[in-house]
Design a binder for this molecule. Structure first.
Ligand code: NAD
Length: 354
């Protein structure tokens, strides 16, 4: 028997509990709340430790670790990207993450981050569009209607007011799934049969496809002046979505250049091609869109600070809710040096000899 003690536990949010938390808060409120945290953290960009994520590439995908710290809290996410998974009935992207106290190094929160990544990626796209899209943008084309799609549509409506959604995927079943899930949410939905049809009249285009190659989801002739593009799916070396000519005509905004140069659409460009860091736009240090005809491109790859912001949001909202379990992750010997002695608490109790 294990003797009871005054143990400290680490709150753990399972997938089941994350789903309950999202419903309890409301998905639009949560997307706006995460976007608010990201914006607040991007405005204090210089107070963070930053490095490109640590990627382990394999033939079919990538596994990545994404750490950062603001000096008070430390966070990391484990995330994969395996485009072939979907055909095997698995998620392309799965993740979990941890937040810790820098002061003593103890973990404060462990959580699933598959759902949380979809929420924070959508919040980030919408935040970028809020700063860069043409004023009054209402029509949002989403190319690639997989796991991320509905989150992107809902976030764009919540933050930007884009309530007309045009959907296209090479697999019509994916578009049908997204149409089903988004029905009844106050969006005007159109299922399209080509990327060309989807981008017709769109103010904002989100590409969110998964393929481990230099793909061309959008060709140059499909991109008219004044449009804002969120290129979400190209997030790995050798994995891009846009034709290079689109990049050459666009004002390009990125998260953390040393990471985006390796992973983003801009891996197709010279290493010194000018880009703007999105945090500088949010902090009011540099303008975003410069004219009505400007093509703005957010070359999204996903950066550790966005996950840190999402982890902080979840930790704050968990207090007082039942949506977590207590994980026994922290050793607590009576004397901190007597770790070995702590083992005795789990000593099997021998029954007395008969
Ligand atoms: P998913 O596998 O669930 O969906 C991808 C969809 O793209 C599928 O429905 C597929 O049929 C479609 N598709 C593939 N090629 C296409 C093409 N040529 N034209 C139209 N549709 C096409 O993947 P997901 O979880 O939705 O993720 C989408 C992409 O976003 C992945 O590449 C993932 O790595 C990336 N991602 C990026 C971030 C970020 O922060 N930038 C975060 C999460 C995911």
């Amino acid at each position: 028997m294990i003797a009871p003690s005054n143990k400290a536990y680490v709150p753990f949010v399972s997938v089941e509990n994350m789903m309950r938390l999202v419903h309890a808060i409301g998905i639009e409120t949560m997307l706006k709340g995460i976007a608010q945290e990201i914006e607040a953290d991007f405005k204090r960009w210089e107070s963070f430790d930053k490095c490109p994520r640590v990627a382990s590439h394999s033939h079919d995908g990538v596994i990545e670790l994404m750490p950062t710290s603001d000096g008070e809290l430390y966070g990391f996410k484990y995330v994969n990207g395996h485009p072939k998974n979907m055909k095997e009935g698995l998620q392309t992207v799965t993740a979990f993450g941890l937040l810790a106290d820098v002061n003593n190094g103890y973990p404060l929160l462990l959580t699933e981050m598959t759902l949380l990544t979809a929420l924070r990626t959508a919040a980030m796209s919408a935040l970028a569009a809020k700063h860069l899209a043409p004023k009054g943008a209402r029509t949002h084309a989403i190319i690639g209607n997989g796991a991320q799609c509905e989150f992107q549509a809902i976030a764009m409506r919540a933050l930007v007011g884009a309530d007309k959604v045009r959907l296209y995927d090479i697999d019509p079943a994916a578009t049908a799934k997204a149409m089903r899930n988004l029905t009844g949410r106050g969006l005007e939905l159109t299922a399209c049969t080509s990327a060309e049809e989807a981008v017709e009249g769109a103010d904002i285009v989100t590409t969110c496809t998964a393929d481990k190659q230099y793909a061309t989801i959008l060709t140059d002739n499909l991109v008219g002046p004044g449009i804002h593009i969120n290129a979400v799916g190209g997030d790995c070396p050798g994995k891009t979505e846009l034709h290079r000519d689109i990049l050459m005509r666009s004002s390009i905004f990125v998260e953390f250049p040393p990471q985006t140069r390796i992973e983003g659409e801009i891996q197709q460009l010279d290493a010194d091609h000018p880009v703007t860091e999105l945090w500088q736009v949010m902090a009011g240090q540099t303008p975003g869109r410069r004219s009505e005809r400007d093509i703005t491109l957010f070359d999204s790859v996903g950066f550790a600070i966005e996950d840190f912001s999402a982890l902080r949001y979840v930790r704050e909202r968990l207090t007082g809710t039942p949506y977590f379990e207590r994980l026994d992750m922290l050793a607590d010997p009576d004397d901190p040096r007597d770790l070995f002695g702590m083992l005795d608490r789990a000593q099997p109790v021998l029954s007395p000899a008969m």
